[in-house]
Design a binder for this molecule. Structure first.
Ligand code: PGA
Length: 245
């Protein structure tokens, strides 16, 4: 299982960040889960420096540009050079801030060129009875992957995060049955985009109000979780890692 701790902008203090990282390292030492910490970008180099643990690091976003006069941007090359192996691309909170499907596709490309593994976030905002949300989800995946080569597409990790389930509590998360249906659907879409047997090996994560109570039932059929609010409370994070171990 891949467990991505998406700290979002919850952590504003260096000591808190260090404590959470030490805690995650301890969990990873005795767990089969692969823990990936995604801190706010100013903390990335600080936390990943000298890392010899089983924990990996991710950025929460990446620039479309590779180098140059782009004030405020963190390039994929820099993110890679400061010790991250992953990057979250297309999170709904970035899309809500104006990130377009073209941006998402370009960010996947620049991440892959720099040698980072992108975690592509997709998910519907609302569900309708007619099932239009399925077409919308399909559109998000196709538009994100279409400009990549087949080899590049196969390296993308897909995180299904229905926006209506994000930032709530376990009772508001998706049900295991609905999640199983969505994973099947996503597998079908990626199989169309990635010919051959490679698509079956692509990882699909779920995100949206994963907590210790629902982690084990949701873990069936997904390759891991993207965890927001519960990733910055040590007991909740440890509880989730234990539930899926
Ligand atoms: P949540 O966030 O766990 O707080 O719902 C998940 C995410 O947005 O990645």
């Amino acid at each position: 299982m891949l467990i991505v701790a998406n700290w979002k902008a919850y952590v504003n203090d260096v000591d808190v960040a260090k404590t959470l990282t030490t805690h995650a390292k301890k969990i990873s030492a005795s767990s089969d889960a692969k823990i990936i910490i995604a801190p706010p970008s100013p903390l990335l180099a600080l936390l990943s420096k000298g890392n010899r643990s089983k924990v990996f690091f991710s950025a929460q976003d990446v620039s479309l540009e590779d180098v140059g006069a782009h004030t405020g941007e963190a390039t994929a090359t820099l993110i890679k050079n400061v010790g991250a192996q992953y990057v979250i691309v297309g999170h709904s909170e970035r899309r809500a801030n104006g990130e377009t499907v073209e941006d998402v596709s370009g960010k996947l490309k620049s991440s892959l060129i720099a040698g980072l593994t992108p975690i592509l976030c997709v998910g519907e905002s609302v569900r309708d009875k007619e099932g239009a949300y399925l077409a919308m989800l399909r559109g998000q995946i196709v538009s994100a992957l279409k400009d990549l080569s087949n080899k590049e597409r196969a390296q993308v990790v897909v995180a299904y995060e229905p926006v209506w389930a994000i930032g709530k509590s376990a009772t508001s998360a998706i049900t295991p049955t609905d999640l199983a249906e969505m994973v099947l659907y996503i597998r079908k879409v990626i199989a169309e985009m990635v010919p051959g047997t490679k698509s079956a090996r692509m990882k699909i994560l779920y995100g949206g109000s994963v907590e210790p109570e629902n982690a084990s039932e949701l873990a069936n059929g997904v390759d891991g979780f993207l965890i927001g609010h519960a990733s910055i409370t040590p007991e909740l994070f440890a509880g989730i890692c234990k539930a899926v171990a």
